[in-house]
Design a binder for this molecule. Structure first.
Ligand SMILES: Cc1cc2nc3c(=O)[nH]c(=O)nc-3n(C[C@H](O)[C@H](O)[C@H](O)COP(=O)(O)OP(=O)(O)OC[C@H]3O[C@@H](n4cnc5c(N)ncnc54)[C@H](O)[C@@H]3O)c2cc1C
Length: 428
């Protein structure tokens, strides 16, 4: 079969761009096919809404010591800087009471994961549990402390796997003043990308792959699919041969959570806290054990933009209720902390709804208790020529841009060494 390309990459998010760059760097003919009209996927900086960079998706460069985008960002001359250590907790003069509880929960997670690892090694069976299972209510700030963990994994306590949480690479966070989405979009410069072209079918032929898009058919020797677990689980792309039962079960174990940003712009000086202050506040569980609140990143990079961040079922409910709900909730909450000037000085708001994005369908993929090993399944090839990459399959930087980027490189290397018999693959 004479094919149009050596490799087709489906999706121009962090994973797809890294895969494309890796393959292009060794001289292969590659096309990256993207459904939407822009690159970046879940890492997207908008400047049109507020006139200042608003990261609608990823904003934090987590675990800077291991973050694969830090060096490319610095090399591009972007203004990257450490997230200041200036968290505040509304309602607490000294928030050590909260952070002591956070440390205790961290220790309990580490211990429970270690016990489970040992049991698994001994018996071959994991009895991974949820964050809710080890939650101990010690006082008024216990639930808020537990939510700091569930918040970052975009889930409620009962849906958060301890082993998945324990695997998460810790460390200091950094920010990119121009926006993390801007950084990712800059890495796409010069790459062969076709936008506004949804892929509908991927079919294995005897000696190649046929990819059908809404704009026609094309072919390659191999394909790397980087669509989210949400997109794949809902069969937005049909595969021939069909995806096997093991991957289908993995979609039940590693599922898309909910995390959203509501950006709010105020007159300068309205929120009297330093740039990039992470503002926590007291959270209570409702009758279903769900926190009806989140956290605020105030005065983002010194601008008048503040980002309200919600997760889990509460975030899902806010999306269902419509874009104004998150903004109203955020304004009410901030008014409680800073007074009525918040509403008087409010200029504009915008809330994301990632669950409603047809080519994403959620925020990022977390493991249900017991499901963390399925990340390996998601990263395995479907056939010799059909490969997968994305945030969901990274083992220690799951749910992150850096993890997605590294997965893109891994899949590209597998294609090169396994299929094209390349050795000594260069990567950026
Ligand atoms: C609100 C929010 C906040 C976040 N915060 C952080 C953070 O602070 N730090 C961090 O590191 N991570 C964060 N994340 C997670 C991070 O954004 C993702 O892990 C990462 O961007 C995923 O990259 P990816 O390439 O795996 O997937 P995607 O970014 O989803 O890329 C996949 C691409 O495939 C395209 N696609 C899908 N289906 C098709 C099709 N049929 N045909 C063609 N193209 C298709 C999509 O349009 C998309 O562009 C956040 C995510 C969200 C939503």
């Amino acid at each position: 079969m004479t094919t149009d390309y050596d490799v087709i990459v489906v999706g121009a998010g962090a994973a797809g761009l890294a895969a494309t760059q890796t393959l292009v760097s060794v001289g292969l003919s590659v096309i990256c096919i993207e459904a939407s009209d822009r690159v970046g996927g879940r890492t997207h900086t908008d400047t049109s809404i507020f006139g200042v960079p608003f990261d609608m998706g990823a904003h934090w460069l987590h675990a800077e010591h291991a973050n694969a985008l830090k060096a490319p960002g610095l090399n591009l001359g972007l203004d990257l800087y450490p997230a200041p250590d200036n968290g505040m907790t509304s309602g607490l003069e000294d928030d050590a009471v909260l952070w002591d509880e956070v440390d205790e929960i961290q220790a309990a997670v580490t211990k429970a994961a270690q016990v489970d690892r040992e049991a698994e090694e001994h018996s071959g069976n994991s009895t991974d549990r949820s964050l809710a299972d080890i939650f101990v209510d010690k006082g008024p700030w216990s639930f808020t402390a537990a939510m700091t963990f569930a918040l970052s994994l975009a889930r409620d306590l009962p849906d958060t796997s301890l082993r998945d949480l324990d695997a998460w690479e810790g460390g200091d966070d950094w920010f990119c003043r121009e926006g993390f989405g801007h950084l990712i979009a800059r890495t796409a410069t010069g790459l062969p990308i076709k936008l506004s072209t949804p892929v509908t079918d991927i079919k294995a032929k005897p000696d190649g792959i046929q990819v059908t898009t809404t704009n026609g058919k094309t072919s390659a020797q191999a394909v790397i699919v980087t669509a989210s677990v949400g997109v794949l689980a809902e069969d937005v792309i049909r595969f021939d041969p069909p995806l096997d039962a093991e991957r289908r079960s993995a979609f039940e174990l590693i599922t898309m959570g909910d995390y959203n940003h509501a950006g709010l712009v105020f007159q300068p000086g309205t929120l009297s806290v330093p740039s990039d202050t992470w503002l926590t506040y007291h959270l209570e569980p409702d009758s279903h054990g769900v926190a009806r609140g989140g956290g605020f990143l105030c005065n983002v990079s010194g601008t008048g933009l503040t980002s309200f961040e919600s997760s889990g079922s509460f975030s899902r409910d806010l999306q269902e209720m419509g874009p104004d709900s998150a903004i109203e909730h955020a304004l009410e909450t901030l008014t409680g902390f800073f007074g009525t000037s918040v509403k008087q000085n409010f200029i504009k708001g915008h809330a994301t709804a990632w669950r409603k994005e047809p080519y994403v369908r959620g925020s990022y993929a977390g493991a249900n208790p017991g499901g963390y090993t399925a990340r390996t399944v998601l990263g395995c090839p479907h056939t010799e020529r059909i490969h997968f990459a994305g945030e969901a399959s990274h083992q220690s930087q799951q749910c992150s841009v850096s993890g997605a980027h590294l997965e893109g490189i891994r899949a590209a290397r597998n294609v090169l060494t396994g299929h094209f018999k390349f050795s000594g693959v260069r990567t950026h």
